[in-house]
Design a protein around this ligand. Structure first.
Ligand SMILES: [Zn+2]
Length: 337
């Protein structure tokens, strides 16, 4: 009996406190994605004015860390609009006996990085302005140009891949001048014949024991292949498995891998910034041998997706995303008619 009573009591406590806990999240849930982008941009611009660190750099780090929060399960979901994360030790100082310290002076004394960005006298690691200002200050110390930014990122993350991804995000924001860059496209135009099934995880014969890390979309030679997201071309060239292949990193830190191409679109190079729907190359059957090898299998696009979590990168099944982008493309085409 006593056990039952405890459960009932616990349930009451949960239900009574639920509205208070979810209140902050609800406020954000009521906003449209456009309004969320606006709020974020206001915060970036405010801190840019205070520190001289451009909004594109702030947005790039924030976007990278938003991707990390999605990829890691040991970080809480952000409460506000900014995703940049500092742990207690970083924020308050490793030897600070008060791990939840919000006093800018004692934080500084213990070597913590936390600063008061909104001028309320408190350095709160869950306050958007304080967090963003603290990040801007970390960047600002190394200077304000592109190379300084890369050095600051290296000092913060100590990982080439993280520097490359964040620098790429900044270049994407510089090119398009806005935060709303979440559109996607299906990699082939709908008016070509193509077919695909979910073949993720199938065994592959060539080149030793491997599993199939992607979806094969079969189509004729030279069907245009298009970027599926906003992003930056990270790799372009030959690979013995993938043949002529191209890799594009998007703003969710996801790497999109396009393999077995017959060739690349003119002007697409490593470092190119692309938008969804931009042609990047053409369907082919290259790969499984030395550079230029083709025809060892029917022409198709091998499409892979890889997620980065700040330490490692792993492949996940692209089939559901492809289905979703294809459905959306059909709906958009209907609307236009
Ligand atoms: Zn494949």
């Amino acid at each position: 009996m006593r056990f039952k009573k405890t459960i009932v009591l616990a349930l009451i406590v949960v239900f009574v406190s639920l509205p208070f806990v979810t209140y902050a999240a609800d406020q954000k849930a009521d906003l449209t994605s456009e309004q969320i982008y606006e709020k974020r941009m206001d915060l970036y611009k405010k801190v840019e004015t205070l520190t001289g660190v451009t909004w594109e750099y702030l947005a790039a780090v924030d976007t990278y860390e938003r991707g990390l929060r999605r990829a890691l399960n040991n970080r809480p979901k952000e409460e506000g609009f900014i995703s940049i994360y500092f742990n207690e030790d970083e924020w308050a100082g490793e030897f600070n006996p008060d791990k939840a310290d919000t006093n800018p002076l004692s934080i500084q004394m213990f070597g913590g990085v936390g600063l008061d960005g909104d001028g309320d006298g408190v350095a709160d690691r869950f306050n958007d302005e304080d967090v963003l200002y603290t990040l801007a200050h970390q960047i600002e110390q190394y200077g304000l140009n592109e190379e300084d930014f890369r050095i600051a990122l290296w000092e913060k993350y100590k990982r080439d891949q993280s520097v490359r991804i964040i620098h790429g995000h900044a270049l994407v924001y510089e090119k398009f001048g806005q935060l709303n860059l979440n559109d996607h496209a299906f990699p082939m135009p709908l008016n070509y014949n193509y077919s695909y099934n979910n073949t993720w995880g199938d065994r592959r014969g060539w080149g030793g024991r491997r599993i199939h890390e992607g979806t094969d979309i079969f189509a004729g030679y030279n069907v245009p292949i298009r970027a599926t997201a906003y992003g930056r071309v990270e790799i372009k060239g030959w690979n013995k498995y993938g043949g002529w292949r191209i890799g594009i990193r998007d703003l969710d830190n996801i790497y999109h891998y396009y393999a077995h191409l017959s060739g690349f679109e003119k002007g697409i190079e490593e470092g190119s910034i692309v938008a969804p729907g931009d042609v990047i190359g053409y369907c082919g059957s290259s790969g499984y041998g030395k550079p230029g090898t083709q025809g060892k299998f029917p022409p198709h696009l091998h499409y892979g997706m890889y997620r980065d979590n700040g330490r490692i990168e792993w492949s996940f099944d692209p089939y559901p995303s492809l289905k979703q982008w294809e459905r959306k493309a059909y709906q958009d085409r209907k609307k236009k008619k």
